[in-house]
Design a protein around this ligand. Structure first.
Ligand code: NDP
Ligand code: MG
Length: 381
């Protein structure tokens, strides 16, 4: 029986994680979780799983919920609350499925508490990958990828040695606007951007997919998870999202992981690793699919991907700036305050003015994150 603490239970990854837990009641139990604003959903989860601790993002909501569950569930709030959920004594595995760099500190604390980390929250590795990976090594903790591309690579690398890797190839669907020119991107709406062709996901990552920043964040995430230089990380457009990613070895062999696009596969693999449990999802029917398409990525068309490579190679606090600027710009786009193409402009400006600081500690990262958010807000209000 593995005890799970789930950060971001009310989100897209969170709900699918609950599906996986529900499907294997003899293998998993939920001991703690966090929610943001979706209190109704939090109630359902409490009723169904009877966890010990629950974190609600806002204090007022947490107080209200606590009055309903006095003596039954401990309800906490804010960042301290997230840390409490991430370090709850009973948990063996912490699934981090919150969105944004708010997931960083709970991840570091969970590592200190020696929890296995199933990481969906890519922003954590983008903003402070060096701290998270060093912490994991120092405490002897395993970080298991949940992101489908990274899970694919992780699966391709089972039984392989790091030194045999020539490069890894992250596949990219191209998002909602993969067939549009830059001209056509000028007046796209939030509704159009939120329609991803292959995956149903939270709003922020759906926009990130449309700008290709998602792939950029994943390049940095892969750099840290697999300890590879950026020169050994490639991106390939593959519109069907059936090959989830590949590894090319020094002998020219390429190993890929395939499947229908369903996040429950990588979520469950992270929870059962190194085992595989049955999963009742649609099977891949390659005869029916018949053709798979691949295309080189145009870095001028997808400027956010270019920014991410640049930020990753510069290192230090530059990826923190990339991430914070992107989070703020995407929030502004979703709120209807800026245009789609202004997202990349905000990121470019924030990176241009930033003088990177090498080997930043947590305090520096948090200061740079805050400062970048303030700057991006000042650009469009
Ligand atoms: P969602 O927006 O669907 O869910 C985010 C979760 O985080 C919700 O539970 C939300 O609470 C909570 N949350 C949001 N803001 C805060 C905050 N400030 N403090 C505490 N909790 C907060 O996102 P996704 O599930 O799509 O994505 C989660 C992470 O996984 C992201 O980092 C994303 O990049 C990554 N990922 C997602 C994939 C997907 O298929 N969705 C695929 C691969 C990676 P509430 O809803 O209650 O407000
Ligand atoms: Mg992904």
């Amino acid at each position: 029986m593995r005890a799970i603490s789930l950060l971001g239970a009310t989100g897209s990854i969170g709900m699918q994680t609950l599906d996986v837990i529900r499907a294997h009641p003899d293998a998993f139990r939920l001991v703690a979780f966090s929610a943001g604003r979706n209190i109704e959903q939090a109630r359902h989860i409490i009723e169904q799983f009877s966890p010990k601790v629950v974190c609600i993002a806002h204090k007022e909501d947490a107080h209200m919920l606590q009055s309903e569950y006095i003596g039954r569930v401990r309800i906490v709030s804010g960042e301290d609350g997230l840390v409490e959920v991430a370090t709850v004594q009973e948990a063996d595995i912490v699934v981090n499925a919150v969105v944004g760099s708010v997931g960083l500190v709970p991840t570091l604390r969970a590592i200190e508490a020696k929890k296995t980390i199933a990481l969906a929250n890519k922003e954590t590795l983008v903003t402070a990958g060096h701290l998270v990976m060093k912490h994991a090594a120092d405490y002897g903790v395993t970080i298991l990828p949940v992101d489908s591309e990274h899970s694919a690579i992780f699966q391709c690398l089972q039984g392989e040695r790091q030194k045999n890797i020539e490069c890894i190839i992250l596949t990219a669907s191209g998002g909602s606007f993969r067939d549009r020119t830059r001209e056509q991107l000028q007046h796209v709406t939030v509704e159009e951007a939120l329609k991803h062709p292959n995956w149903s996901m939270g709003a922020k990552i759906t926009i990130d997919s449309a700008t290709m920043m998602n792939k950029g964040l994943e390049v940095i995430e892969a750099h840290w998870l697999f300890q590879l230089p950026y020169e050994q990380i490639d991106v390939l457009l593959h519109k069907e999202s059936i090959i989830h990613s590949m590894v090319q070895f020094h002998d020219g062999s390429v190993i890929a992981q395939l499947g229908t696009p369903d996040m429950r596969v990588p979520i469950q693999y992270a929870l059962t690793y190194p085992d595989r449990f049955p999963l009742h999802i649609e099977r891949l029917n390659l005869a029916q699919v018949a053709t798979l398409h691949f295309q080189k990525v145009d870095m001028n068309r997808f400027r956010c991907l270019q920014f991410a490579y640049e930020a990753g190679k510069i290192g230090g606090t530059m990826p923190t700036v990339l991430n914070a600027a992107n989070e703020e710009a995407v929030a502004a786009f979703l709120a209807g305050r800026i245009s789609f193409l202004a997202i990349e402009q905000c990121i470019e400006k924030a990176m241009e003015r930033h003088v990177p600081i090498a080997h930043p500690n947590l305090e520096t990262i948090r200061a740079v994150d805050l400062e970048t958010r303030r700057y991006v807000k000042s650009l469009h209000m």
